[in-house]
Ligand binder design. Sequence first.
Ligand SMILES: [Zn+2]
Length: 277
Amino acid sequence: MGDLDQSLTSALTLANGNAVYPLSAVERAAILAVYELYDALLGQPDAALTPADLNAARPYLQAAYDQVQIGGRLARLRERLLASTDQCPYCGFGEPRDLDHYLPRSVYGDLAIYPRNLVPSCSPCNNAKRTVVPGLGPAEGPGLIHAYFQALPDADFLKADVAFVAGALEVCFEIDATQLDAGLAAKLQFQLDRLKLNARYRGQINIFLSEQRTAMLMFRELEAALFSQYLVKCAGDLAARFGRNDWRVALLRALSSNADFCAAPQDYLGSQQAEAA
Ligand SMILES: [Zn+2]
């Protein structure tokens, strides 16, 4: 807790040494207790995360998040968190530029600068998420997956439903709830819907498949009978990097078992002649 203690001091002390808010020993201990409780609750909301002991300090802790921004006294915390990953954990493709307050600072102000409540995320996900916390007004829902705390089962639960319509590939991702407990399935599906991931994946799928195109078409030409297995192998390689429920993995799994695609991938990827032209 030493680093956290130091962060609190930096957050609430001006560069000239004057206190923004004179945090008492009791308040300091109460904040560290809230941090510990947050970990114990795996980041899930609870009234005990906003104890009355911190009512006076809370607005100052909320405002202290400004110091996590570029140029602030806690800017290094921001840099460290953003450097920890190069992919947004919510969508799996966006570049993390924002820090998402998993529990919103408007409600859970005591957690405004707690690193484990700050999830590096891309701006579209962060904007779409906004205060998605169970029990909180219009955004009410089961909440989103917590990138630091949510354990996921070792099973393929992200499924891609692939269809070919008028020569175009249409993909719809969905959660296969059969292998999940109901609460987790509801969360994963809510995340997919709330962040409008199916619409946002469309452009990414085109980019991804155009990157795979040359290798796919070449393999299909040389070893047509093994093409489906090739896609399964590609899915496995990506799963080792991004996890078995990454959207690219789910897409390749679906394509590997799609007879139309395996029979004529060039119909959807374009021919090699087209590439040369
Ligand atoms: Zn994202």
